[in-house]
Design a protein around this ligand. Structure first.
Ligand SMILES: [Zn+2]
Length: 212
């Protein structure tokens, strides 16, 4: 079996998405590019009982290389992102509720915290609505990504991406936290203080202490 360890990493990532309330049941999906292959979660299967054999390996045009399951129904969108963002290797899609709620009321999550600078990298755009399981989700993600590691899909969910699964998952988790913080502040009806460009740049500058 190709990439057995990485298949388990996809499953572990999907289980963490559930633990952090980013998805329910079989919602969302996880994809990882490995050289010229892409590992993706299967469509409509629960993650708690998923085993490495359930992960599907496809090529960059979506042809199945190895796997007996049907790949995620969002495969076209995932392929579009990976084929147009060469620096990205991991793509996560969720229906995380705070981000979806935010998409109903605004077209942007401004840069509001140091956590957001560190983990999401920039303000996050809300892309216009497209139907699910459509390449349009991928096209909108590439168009609205800017510097951030996430795009919110209006009335639907989010795409998070990164150089590896850890970075994409972290971006999705902290995006959800940031949406919660922002909407809590909005609910007061008072003016919102967002980070200035200078503050964001100072926070983003390498300082070399954090991490073990
Ligand atoms: Zn979806």
């Amino acid at each position: 079996m190709l990439h057995e360890k990485l298949r388990q990493d996809l499953i572990d990532t999907a289980r963490k998405m559930e633990q952090y309330n980013l998805i329910r049941m079989s919602g969302g999906n996880v994809a990882l590019r490995v050289e010229d292959m892409i590992l993706v979660t299967p469509t409509a299967m629960a993650y708690d009982t998923m085993i490495p054999e359930d992960i599907v390996v496809v090529d960059c045009e979506g042809r199945v290389i190895e796997g007996k399951r049907k790949p995620t129904s969002d495969l076209k969108a995932i392929l579009y992102i990976l084929n147009h963002m060469p620096e990205v290797n991991a793509v996560i899609h969720t229906h995380q509720p705070k981000a979806v709620a935010l998409s109903l009321i605004t077209d942007k999550l401004p840069l509001i915290s140091t956590t957001m600078v560190d983990e999401v990298k920039d303000e996050v755009n809300v892309a216009p609505f497209t139907i699910s399981s459509d390449e349009g989700m991928g096209i909108q993600t590439v168009e609205y990504a800017t510097r951030a590691l996430c795009v919110i899909l209006k009335n639907h969910g989010i795409m998070a991406f990164g150089k590896d699964l850890e970075q994409a998952l972290s971006a999705a988790i902290y995006l959800e936290e940031s949406c919660e913080v922002y909407m809590s502040a909005l609910a007061t009806g008072k003016d919102i203080t967002v980070l200035t460009k200078e503050q964001a740049e100072a926070e983003d500058a390498p300082r070399g202490y954090y991490g073990q």
